[in-house]
Write a protein that binds this ligand. Structure first.
Ligand code: FES
Ligand code: FES
Length: 152
């Protein structure tokens, strides 16, 4: 039995401790906002926040996260998350959308720690989240706009 906090709720999970979090979320809990891309920690599609830090659910086992707090896109909450999701919509960031749960969570983590990120800081923080639709410019613009609103 693995005990953890998932989207602000305490959960006790019976899955094997070596099972990747990605498949627990998607197949057992129905939280399909977390996507499967590469399965090798290379694309960022499966990004979740673990204790607020962007992490790859495809390479994280349940045993790795015992006692920790996990946030998926379904559970993103609070002022920073609201502003990020608002600016994402305003600037029409997504194209196909496949990578965007991970992008949004990475942006929330960045803006929680750095309220005025430079282009370089954005590139550093988001470089592990790939986008096949090449929405990088709109992502950067949306992070800047979210920073402007958060700093106002
Ligand atoms: S599916 Fe996890 S990083 Fe690509
Ligand atoms: S919006 Fe299509 S992969 Fe990023």
């Amino acid at each position: 039995m693995i005990r953890l906090t998932l989207n602000q709720q305490t959960r006790e999970l019976d899955s094997p401790p070596d099972k990747p979090l990605l498949w627990v979320l998607r197949d057992e809990l129905g939280l399909t906002g977390t996507k499967y891309g590469c399965g090798q920690a290379l694309c960022g599609a499966c990004t979740v926040l673990i204790d607020g830090q962007p992490s790859r659910a495809c390479q994280t086992t349940l045993a790795d996260i015992e006692g920790r707090s996990i946030t998926t896109i379904e559970g993103a909450h609070g002022h920073v998350a609201e502003v990020v999701q608002q600016t994402w919509a305003q600037l029409d960031v997504p194209q196909c959308g496949y990578c965007q749960s991970g992008q949004v969570l990475a942006a929330i983590a960045l803006l929680t720690e750095n309220r005025k990120p430079t282009d370089e800081a954005i590139n550093d923080a988001m470089s592990g989240n790939l986008c096949r639709c090449n929405t990088y410019q709109r992502i950067r613009a949306a992070v800047h706009e979210a920073a402007r609103i958060l700093g106002a």
